[in-house]
Each structure stands twice: as C-alpha cells, then as structure tokens.
Design a protein around this ligand. Structure first.
Ligand code: 5RP
Length: 224
C-alpha cells in the first residue's frame, strides 16, 4: 500500500456518525474520500462539504452527496493534505490551487487533521514555494508589488495559460527560499491589496497522520 493510501485510510477512523466533515483536496485526500465512501456504503451517516470542485467531482463519482457551505451551520472535522509541514505544525498548502477554500473550511472546522507522507516533513518551511491566491483585476500590479516587497512571485500557469482557481482568481507562487521568516512574509502579504489569501496554514491542525514505511504515525498537536 502506498503511504498516501495508508494515511487516507487511517484518517477515516476519526469520522463518527452524525458528523459534518470537510473534505480537502489532493492526491492524499483522494484515498481518504475513497475510504470514506466505503464506510458510507456500510451505513455511516455523515454530511460533507468540499474544498474544491475536484473533490466534489471525486465524491460524486463515488456516490457521496456534497453540501454547500451555506447549507450547514458548522463543520466537526476537516481532513486535508499539506505540501510541507514543520515541527511546529506550520504548513504550506495550495499546491493544488485550492488553498482559499481549504483555509475557509479549516477555519470553520472544530478539528482539523492533516494527512501526508513523510516526504512532506521539513525542519523549516520554504522548500516548497508559497502559493498565494490573487485577484485577476489589476493582477500585474499586484505581482509588481509582491516583487517590490522581495517576495519573488511567479504566476502559475497550466498548459501555457494562467491557471484559474475555483474562485476565478489567479495563483502566484512565491519563491522565498528555505527558512524564510514566516511572520515577515505574513505581514507583507497582509499589506498588499489584491492578495486574496495565502497558503500559510499556521498551527491549524489538531493532529497529523504521517505515512511512514512502518505505518501511520499519529502526532498530536499539544497547542490545540
Ligand atoms: C491543494 C493542497 C493539497 O492539500 C496539497 O497540495 C497536498 O496535496 P497532495 O496530497 O496531492 O500531495 O493544498 O491546494
């Protein structure tokens, strides 16, 4: 079994009858959604919301019914992947361009579980470029301001065209370098008009499920 499948299956054990569950996005969450669909077929009674159109389509293909956020009044548990994570439970997300909805769902959820294989572990953030969602309106000016702030933005493209997010926005990837100053970058981004949201998810998870060759390792966040 691959490590993403190991953690996807493990995370399903935390889903209880009656819960409202937030479904993340990505190749690790793919296995979680599959395992969840199996449990729903066995009689698990839950409601679900999604962080992306990609996950809605996956869920629907497995016979799962996804609610809109406006149809539910809370989320009990959100399960999502990460692009990298440090030992203080700070993560970078947005490799799949879903960071804005992922952050909304994580923020609403009473508990967040992150699932990932051990390759995502880092001492310090910055091996992975930091995704930032920006508005298309005046985007070249936003990119210029990001450049002037020393944040090295590169607009994300797909098949030669600017990638459009589920929210009809663009993504820039900030090439910040290993060990960048998280607080400084957060502060700079907060002051640039046109930035919608960034992929820094700081201390948001209650626990992590890390896939290792020896199996799933559960890491509780003592600060949650
Ligand atoms: C999407 C994300 C994903 O959670 C992140 O990219 C991890 O994906 P994967 O499980 O495919 O490695 O943030 O925006």
């Amino acid at each position: 079994m691959n490590l993403k499948e190991v953690v996807g299956k493990e995370a399903v054990k935390y889903v209880e009858d009656g819960m409202i569950v937030g479904l993340g996005t990505g190749s690790t969450v793919f296995y979680f959604v599959h395992a969840l669909a199996d449990r729903v077929k066995e009689g698990l009674n839950i409601q679900m919301v999604s962080t992306s159109i990609q996950t809605v389509e996956l869920a629907k293909s497995l016979g799962l019914n996804i609610k809109e956020l406006e149809e539910i009044d809370h989320i009990d548990l959100a399960v999502d992947g990460v692009d990298e994570i440090d030992k203080n439970f700070n993560a970078i997300k947005g490799g799949g361009a879903a960071l804005f909805r992922e952050k909304i769902v994580a923020d609403i959820a009473k508990e967040v579980i992150w699932i990932y294989d051990e390759s995502k572990d880092v001492e310090k953030l910055g091996k992975f470029n930091l995704p930032v969602e920006i508005l298309p309106f005046g985007y070249s000016h936003t990119v210029r301001k990001l450049t002037e702030a020393g944040l090295n933005p590169v607009i994300r493209k797909k098949d030669g065209e600017i990638l459009i997010t589920d929210n009809h926005n663009y993504i820039v990837d900030l090439h910040l370098g290993y060990g960048f100053d998280i607080e400084e970058v957060k502060e700079k981004l907060a002051n640039i008009v046109g930035v919608v949201e960034h992929g820094l998810f700081l201390n948001m998870c209650k626990l992590c499920i890390k896939g290792t060759p020896g199996g799933a390792v559960i890491i509780n966040n003592p600060n949650k």
